[in-house]
Design a protein. Structure first.
Length: 191
């Protein structure tokens, strides 16, 4: 029986309690279980971010998967093992930007199914309000939408969102200010 003292054996299974830095370092060294743990920890937030940015479930799943694969392929280029999450989010944002650029080059497709009529009552009011907010956020310019999604939906601080977006903290704060003003106008009926 092999006992690892002071550090994990190469193929140990990693769990949610393992420190992120250790998991990233092991994944960088080639540990498949550490790579699997990184993806397990972050895949859901990658999909959520992509879904908010693209408003298309299939495209979001593809973008998240591509980003995770690229992150594992480029893991050696990560400079700080403790900054894996913002680095991964930046890959997701860049992948979504690429998908949006390609989508602008194609003519829009017609929806496959008609909208269902709304139900009445408090639950339908909440659903309608949520739908209105989602549509308003989706209607923001891409730079503002990215800042809003990272800050409000994924809980990043302004400086972390700036790292992900490749801009200054002041730029993120400006984008958030402009987005809030635009959303307040768009959602005036709900306020």
């Amino acid at each position: 029986m092999e006992v690892a003292v002071g550090r994990r054996a190469r193929d140990d299974a990693w769990g949610p309690a393992a420190p992120e830095r250790e998991v990233v370092a092991a994944a960088r060294r080639g540990s498949r279980s550490a790579q699997d743990e990184l993806i397990r920890r972050h895949h859901r937030s990658c999909v959520g971010l992509a879904l908010h940015l693209l408003s298309d479930e299939d495209a979001a799943l593809d973008a998240a998967q591509d980003a995770c694969v690229r992150a594992l392929e480029k893991l050696r280029s990560l400079k700080d093992d403790g900054r894996f999450r913002p680095w991964l989010m930046r890959i997701v944002v860049n992948r979504c930007r690429s998908i949006r650029r390609r989508a602008r080059a194609r003519p829009p497709e017609e929806p496959l199914s008609p909208s269902l009529p709304a139900a009445d009552g408090p639950a339908s009011d909440q659903a309608e309000r949520s739908r209105a907010v989602a549509e308003a956020v989706a209607g923001l310019p891409p730079a503002q939408r990215e800042a809003v999604v990272l800050f409000y939906y994924h809980g990043l601080k302004a400086h972390e969102a700036a790292d992900v977006l490749g801009c200054s903290t002041a730029a993120v704060k400006t984008r958030l200010f402009e987005a809030r003003r635009r959303l307040a106008d768009d959602l005036e009926a709900w306020l």
